[in-house]
Design a protein around this ligand. Structure first.
Ligand code: HEM
Length: 227
């Protein structure tokens, strides 16, 4: 019966083709460093799922934000766990994405034909950092408030357009309800949409081009001689 259902669906949706293309493709002999892209992807999904749960109780207004977090920590069943995973996960994701970037850099995986994979990766790194920056304000505690005050101040030191950037980030000259609202919006809508789009292109290219292999010593030696 199950086989019949699967065959029925496969004939219409091409499931085995998708499976072969995405999950059963040939990969060169690789090592543990090659797992960090998938680890980044896993962490992004984990952040998404825990973030959605947090949004059930979190209230993005200066009068309610702090208390709603306290309630998540002390009143909601496993709220402390969900928030813990989300806040530790954010730091872990930045670290893992960064090491994934170093791996692709040191193994020369950014070279032809993977330049666009690298380029989308660079934007993914910035977007991931942006998630950390906007998320940090949301608990609306002293640390969050002053970290964002300093962070936006630093952005404000850009020559010529610094003041403009600072006002756009804060939604005025000071941190206020407007700042909290726009950081929340950027954190749960703008950046996630951008990241999902970038990951889609990134993954399309990984599937299309295949994974690069570990550079061999002889290759670098011979190219050294040729140069
Ligand atoms: C949210 C962030 C990211 C996710 C989810 C992600 C995901 C992945 C995955 C699953 C792979 C294939 C497996 C692997 O090689 O590890 C990959 C490959 C790759 N990624 Fe990322 N990545 C991210 C960020 C970055 C960054 C920041 C860069 C560089 C600036 C980058 C550059 C590359 C390159 C060049 C490859 C091809 C590697 C090869 O063919 O050997 N990625 N990425």
């Amino acid at each position: 019966m199950t086989v019949k259902v699967i065959t029925w669906l496969d004939e219409r949706l091409g499931l085995t083709t998708i499976y072969d293309l995405v999950l059963d493709r040939k990969v060169p002999k690789v090592n543990w460093w090659f797992t960090l892209g998938s680890a980044s992807l896993f962490l992004f999904v984990l952040q998404g799922v825990t973030g959605i749960f947090l949004s059930v109780y979190y209230v993005p207004s200066p009068g309610q934000a702090y208390n709603s977090i306290q309630y998540i920590m002390n009143g909601v069943t496993f709220g402390w766990l969900i928030r813990g995973i989300h806040s530790w996960g954010s730091s872990l994701m930045v670290i893992i994405v960064f090491i994934h970037m170093l791996r692709t850099f040191f193994m020369g995986a950014y070279k032809f034909p993977r330049e666009i994979t690298w380029l989308t990766g660079v934007f993914l790194l910035f977007a991931t950092l942006g998630m950390g920056f906007t998320g940090y304000l949301l608990p609306w505690n002293q640390r969050a408030f002053w970290a964002t005050t300093v962070g936006t101040e630093i952005a404000g030191t850009v020559p010529l357009i610094g003041d403009f950037i600072l006002r756009v980030l804060r939604g005025g000259s000071d941190l206020s309800a407007v700042t909290l609202a726009r950081f929340f919006s950027v954190h749960i809508w703008f950046l996630p949409v951008v990241i999902i789009a970038l990951i889609s292109v990134h993954m399309y290219l990984v599937v299309r081009l295949g994974i690069s292999s570990v550079p061999k010593e002889e290759e670098s030696e011979s190219s050294g001689e040729a140069a």
